[in-house]
Ligand binder design. Sequence first.
Ligand SMILES: [Cu+2]
Length: 104
Amino acid sequence: MIGQQYSFTPQCLVVPANTLITFRRASAHVIHGMLITGTNMNLMIEPGFISTFKTTFDRPGDHLMPCHEFCGTGHEGMWANVKVVDKNAFMRLTDHARRASCGL
Ligand SMILES: [Cu+2]
């Protein structure tokens, strides 16, 4: 995931529950922060570095991932989503595609 003023790309991630997920984040411009609501995940994203963390979501659900480091005039609108789906549903979604879409 890339953070840039003032969005994250991609805007939404679909991941399977009960599976170790590795997040890798980088910034295109300035320092951003990112947390995942309902979890203890919280990190800084700095230009020139790749921030990495691993976690497992224990159940399906939707989480917001807002930028929590003031990064400029559009900071308040900078957020993304992670959609956690049942592992079997994820396998069906990716059966014929390389990645799942949040549009399902
Ligand atoms: Cu920000």
